[in-house]
Ligand binder design. Sequence first.
Ligand code: SAM
Length: 338
Amino acid sequence: MWWCGGLNLIFNKKIMSNYLDTTKDVYKEAALTPDVGLCCTTTPVWQLPGLKIPSKMLQMNYGCGSTVNPRDLVNDPTILYVGVGGGMELLQFSYFSRRKAAVIGLDVVDEMIAACAENLKEAEEQNNWFNSEFIDLRKGDALQLPIADSSVDVAAQNCLFNIFTKSDLKKALSEMYRVLKPQGRLILSDPTAEQKMPDSLVNDERLRALCLSGALPLQEYIDLITSVGFGTVEIRAKRPYRILDPSQYQTKERIYIESVEVCAIKDPMPSDGPCVFTGKAAIYFGGESCFDDKKGHVLLPNQPLAVCDKTAGAIASLGRQDIFISESTWHYDGGGCC
Ligand SMILES: C[S@@+](CC[C@H](N)C(=O)[O-])C[C@H]1O[C@@H](n2cnc3c(N)ncnc32)[C@H](O)[C@@H]1O
């Protein structure tokens, strides 16, 4: 019935505007009063020569991992960072790209932008290499980036995308894909959960905004990333994050949440599907000089070759007794096949 669709649309719009309002309220509060531990994980904060992070910036570290990796940051890249928090990762990125507006920082919460600007001024006083003009800090929504197509080398978000509903997450990923140059890299850090999150938690706007109940299973998260076009995905880290226990949350079973760091590369999509690296390696230990799968993968005796899950599966399906395929380490940031 036509009116059912209409009502659904109105209902969905209402839920969406509520969750966006709640997110803004939560982060307005977190900008005005630093909330140490809001999203914290076991990830250590980068120590780099000559880098000093102001204490308020550290207190406002609302990330659930790190998106800064020197491997992505060679050749003075232009970097887009969405959802700035206290600005710690803006400062860390800027360490690698020291020129005016090399790092663009966007956020939708005015109070967060103001707090971040203040922290960057403090960072300027503590770091003689840093000039806050290196960062172009402004208002902008992850769902509609005010950024030109194919204009940035690296795009990053830390602990923001999990807040979005699945359709908004897809929109946010498509926006990141649009603004990246070919071969550009999107670095993400978000909570994931393998157990089904009860609807009572999924629909709890405040828990979503606090990065607790929007977590998807990792495969679903990867599928959304590849569905917008990213041809290569690297799972760089997977760490314990939170427990949602029935004694504190509306859930029948205890839910274990992890946080992941992922790099998605704007490579062309291979005809047989994306290359997703989860840290597997193939080791040939037969008597020949090598094993060649005739698809570009040559295994030298007893030398591990990092392979994507697709290649790992193809080699395993050959049923050879002289090739070992290791389990996923969930720690991969370059090298190997494809
Ligand atoms: C969990 S905090 C993470 C902050 C920062 N990335 C960090 O690692 O410390 C989420 C950030 O995203 C911002 N935010 C929320 N919704 C947004 C949106 N639609 N577009 C851009 N930023 C948003 C919040 O104001 C907040 O700064």
